[in-house]
Design a protein around this ligand. Sequence first.
Ligand code: GLN
Length: 438
Amino acid sequence: MRELGRGTGIEDTLLAGERYRWLETGPIRRRYAAPMSSASSAGSVEHPFVSRTSAVLSPFGSSVFTEMSLLARKHGAVNLGQGFPDFDGPDFLKEAAYRAIRDGYGQYSRSFGAPDLNVAIADRFARDCGLRVDPDAEITVTCGCTEAIAATLLGLVNPGDEVILIEPFYDSYPAMVAVAGGTVRPVTLRPPHFSLDVDALKAAVTSRTKAILVNTPHNPTGHVFRRAELEAIADLCERYNLICIADEVYDRLVFEGEHISIATLPGMRERTVTLSSLGKTFSFTGWKIGWAIAPAHLTAGVRAAHQFLTFCAATPLQMAAIEALRTGAEYDRQFIAEYRARRELLVGGLKEAGFEVFAPEGTYFVMCDHSRFGFEDDLAFCRFLVREIGVAAIPPGSFYCNRSEGRKLVRFAFCKRDETLNAAIERMRPLRSRLRSD
Ligand code: GLN
């Protein structure tokens, strides 16, 4: 390997075959970017301080969520990109957090979670899906679900293992598979229904497959996996002794159909790591309280990584989370009613503007096809939308191994106040005039 730090184009060496794509704020290296001409590649780095980002992470560049939120701010755009509410979570939870700080919960908690929180998570899981788990042996509290994803993959995947990811995927999944030394095998969900192609899933299993990661309800497509789809995944897990990693952070956000935890399927409790968090359901994405529920033999791996990643999540927020999880059906009823109204509002507005809209069955995202407006791809459309129309959305290309799979698509988030959604709808109205007649 060449010596680092001399501005010799080391990134080219390390990223052999990788190319840059530009969104706007400079070069964003895309792990799966379409090749560009070599003249525009990174060979001309002249700055003496070349990037020291590790070879395994530098191909992933900076996350599309960070990029789009920066661009939204720069252009004064209405931000329907990154999925965070632009309203506050409930006051009773804030009060619980103030109280926990006042009452002296200022030190580390037990690494795998404040004991009462683990109990509250176990109770909630039992109430939601009927499975009773041991709060001390089978639950690990993490800094949001993103850390739970990292701890699970780092703690359970060995170099050379393959992990099946259902794409489009949350961009932290492939990054963490790569850090673990594993390889991604993608299985693609396609519009209009984004249903699982069971034959493609079967074909993705090899002798090296370690795990299948399924996210239901699914970000960004809004697909809620049917029992038959989950049974197909379960069947493969049983047949080939695979681990199932189930990211269920949007479990409360279901508008059509029902959420099924795959751990409840016969034989799956013993091979599933169920991940979830507080952020979506209680509108406090910045609190970063998440968890992983898994049988002890899998929890051991999750904890082996978690202890060195963060050791523990913020103690006063864990204490407040206990109160959140003890809320009853009334909170859930109101929560889903509010989101149903936001979904109707944005879906209606996007149709009015001329998009082909794939109304989501769950989550707070909606995918659309923008191709009627005549742009080359998702990046070109989102760049135009943020600069000229003043609305930030997410170009979904970076949620695919082959980013061209997402080129006709755009993702909008509707976890926003009505006035924000209405402002975005108003700004997008002129798009109609750009509709191609063909
Ligand atoms: N999951 C969120 C989204 O899809 C983003 C989370 C993050 O930015 N860390 O918008």
